[in-house]
Design a protein around this ligand. Structure first.
Ligand code: MIC
Ligand code: SF4
Length: 638
């Protein structure tokens, strides 16, 4: 048997099913990560499982999202997470230490291991040769309790990289090019595995930029082999002993193959308001910019900031630009300080922010009204920045820094000689902002602030499902549309009754009141419904408001799983044209039976439609039980 890298790791972790395309598999999870915005629910659910200690090799609880503390809620959540981590044996990463994905790559990622994270950008770990997957908090809680993670065996797509990147282009341009080619829905239930000579030209953080943003393709994950470059990176982190070589077998097969000639790439840019709205920078040159933001889990590594620093040396940020820089971790910040690189950024007028997600999730630094923000981030969904009418573009650090000097979108090739930045041979290691748990189980108190409320549950499914259409949406609805983030709403992440008041508010102000008045109902969605974040709030809040099913043309992977976990049936139009026949407020009756012949009767129109589903047998059982929480508790009680 010959295997590619993904198959090697999956087969070594397979505990259920067979590695056959799109069939159910269960894999053992070695490591988990959570962050504060999804972590409180994950740990509340874990606590309710009654397991005395996490059963993974390693579980890390990071604090990096909700760090703007305008009231007590966020800090209360941090204290809860710190206390619960200690009690149950997880490592706690204190606020200020850095962004979960950057830190995990630096300090904990191990080639060949599996990582499940309650954050959609967990595939960053693919840069170091791990199978790392984003999931809802409940799935991560189950993994911490020692349960396998269930998924459809993805189709493995080879992305063959040839040649070498020209000056002023970088890893970001590779993933933007992929997004341009295959779109935000092109990767659903796929793994993108990188091969070819071009792989040898990319350092681990550059590989991680690519696997990180593979999430925007809708992919299950993306992965690079573990090779000499991986070994060098791990050595620089003083973790060489954890390295092993993982390469695909010579005749390994792939479901499909894509090639990219790195030498022919040019600086790219994703225009508002989707990460796949990609064109060459030269096509949009000259557009006036008001903010440049450098950072996020996509582009905040040492190399990214060193490049920015070299370009800013002896320059001043354009007078019409606010340049904000968030280093990915304390280690990155310490290193650019030690190497004198921070000074260039500060001298030029860059505003240095905490080592957190910050502006990427709308935690501060909202652009001006009708402003234009160039960001090295991964998502530019409308309103995510905190300013509804702002235009957000996604770019590489090269393109970002060029705009910060010229004040307009500028092809960075105009900047002259490209400063080639080298990775340090040794990083400064200082793990003092991690709190490691004791080996023995301790009877410790978990500290809960007043905003932390229990996770609500749902009744068993009642067939048929009855109600009216309380919302009809278009294609590519994001979980930011369903449950916005940002500085005002994120502090409510631990309080479902409160946060549910904000459901869909960005696209329909009346949704909450209507859902409440009607006692719930149905949502009609277009293609790729629920793309983006892993936040289970986008499923729990609608469940809390009585949503019984979402009928869409297709679903994004993580949101599909979250809907099932919280007992909302994700149903698919058998005939896509029926989408046009159903209108807002139509009364529907859906007979689900055993989910094989689903009929939707439209009482208002006196019509019937066939519905399909993309559910595995296990999903059907979860839905019948009213969601995974009920299912798991029933199972554990038995
Ligand atoms: C995001 O980038 O949207 C987030 C915030 O990191 C989310 C997680 C969350 O909503 O808490 C993600 O990507 O999963
Ligand atoms: Fe944080 Fe942004 Fe990365 Fe999400 S995408 S983990 S908000 S930096």
């Amino acid at each position: 048997m010959t295997y590619n890298v993904s198959e090697k790791i999956i087969s070594a972790h397979l505990v259920e099913g067979e590695m056959q395309s799109q069939s159910l598999i269960g894999i053992k999870i070695d490591q988990t990560l959570t962050q504060d915005a999804t972590g409180t629910l994950a740990y509340l659910q874990f606590e309710a499982m009654g397991v005395p200690r996490v059963k993974t090799d390693l579980s890390v609880s990071y604090v990096d999202h909700n760090t703007l503390q305008t009231s007590f809620e966020n800090e209360d959540d941090h204290i809860y997470l710190q206390s619960v981590a200690k009690k149950y044996g997880a490592v706690f990463s204190r606020p200020g230490n850095g962004i979960c994905h950057q830190l995990h790559l630096e300090r904990f990622g191990i080639p060949g291991k599996t990582l499940l994270g309650s954050d959609s950008h967990t595939p960053t770990g693919g840069g170091i040769g791990m199978i790392s997957i984003g999931a809802g908090g409940l799935d991560v809680a189950l993994a911490m309790a020692g349960e396998p993670f269930y998924l459809k065996m993805p189709n493995i797509i080879e992305v063959c990289l040839d040649g070498e990147l020209p000056p002023w282009t970088s890893a970001k341009d590779i993933i933007l090019e992929l997004l341009r080619r295959i779109s935000v829905k092109g990767g659903v239930n796929k793994i993108f595995e990188f091969t070819g000579k071009g792989v040898d030209t990319l350092d681990v953080p550059e590989r991680a930029t690519i696997t990180n943003m593979g999430t925007e393709l809708g992919a299950t994950t993306s992965i690079f082999p573990s090779d000499k470059i991986t070994k060098k990176f791990m050595k620089s982190e003083n973790r060489e002993h954890q390295w092993s070589k993982i390469k695909s077998d010579k005749d390994a097969e792939y479901y499909d193959s894509i090639s990219i000639d790195l030498g022919s790439l040019e600086p790219m840019i994703a225009k508002p308001h989707m990460p796949d709205n990609v064109v060459k920078v030269e096509e949009v040159e000259g557009i006036k910019v008001s903010q440049v933001a450098i950072g996020s889990c996509t582009n905040s590594s040492y190399k990214d900031l060193a490049l920015v620093s070299e370009v800013l040396k002896d320059k001043t940020v354009n007078e019409n630009i606010s340049l904000v820089v968030s280093p990915g971790s304390k280690q990155v910040l310490a290193m650019i300080t030690k190497d004198g690189l921070l000074k260039n950024i500060v001298d030029a007028g860059g505003r240095i922010l905490e080592c957190t997600c910050g502006p990427c999730i709308g935690m501060g630094q909202a652009p001006n009204s009708k402003g234009t923000s160039l960001r090295t981030f991964n998502r530019n969904f409308k309103g995510r920045s905190g300013t509804k009418d702002a235009d957000v573009y996604l770019v590489s650090p090269e393109v970002a820094v060029a705009a910060s000097i010229y004040g307009v979108i500028t092809d960075p090739r105009k900047l002259g000689q490209y400063p080639r930045v080298k990775m340090p041979d040794k990083f400064e290691i200082n793990d003092n902002m991690f709190i490691f748990p004791n080996h023995d189980i301790e009877d410790l108190e978990v500290i809960r602030g007043p905003n932390i409320k229990p996770v609500p549950r749902k009744e068993k499914l009642t067939d048929p499902l009855k109600g009216s259409v309380i919302l009809k949406t278009g294609d590519n609805i994001t979980t930011d549309d369903i449950m916005p983030a940002g500085a005002k709403i994120l502090p409510l992440r631990s309080n479902i009754p409160k946060i549910s008041e904000h459901t869909f508010e960005r696209i329909d102000k009346e949704f909450y009141l209507r859902a409440n008045a009607k006692g719930g109902g149905f949502i009609i969605g277009g293609a790729n419904y629920g793309q983006g974040s892993s936040r289970e709030h986008a499923a729990i809040a609608p469940m809390f408001l009585g949503v019984k099913a979402v009928i869409a043309k297709s679903f994004a992977r993580i949101h599909h799983a979250n809907l099932v976990n919280f007992g909302i049936a994700p149903l698919i139009f058998f005939d896509e044209e029926d989408y046009d026949k159903i209108d807002f407020e139509d009364e529907l009756i859906i007979e689900v039976g055993n989910f094989s012949n689903i009929v939707c009767k439209n009482i208002t129109k006196n019509e019937s439609y066939r519905l399909n589903q993309n559910l595995l047998q296990r999903d059907i059982e979860l839905l019948k039980a009213g969601g995974a929480l009920n299912y798991v508790y029933n199972k554990m009680r038995r």
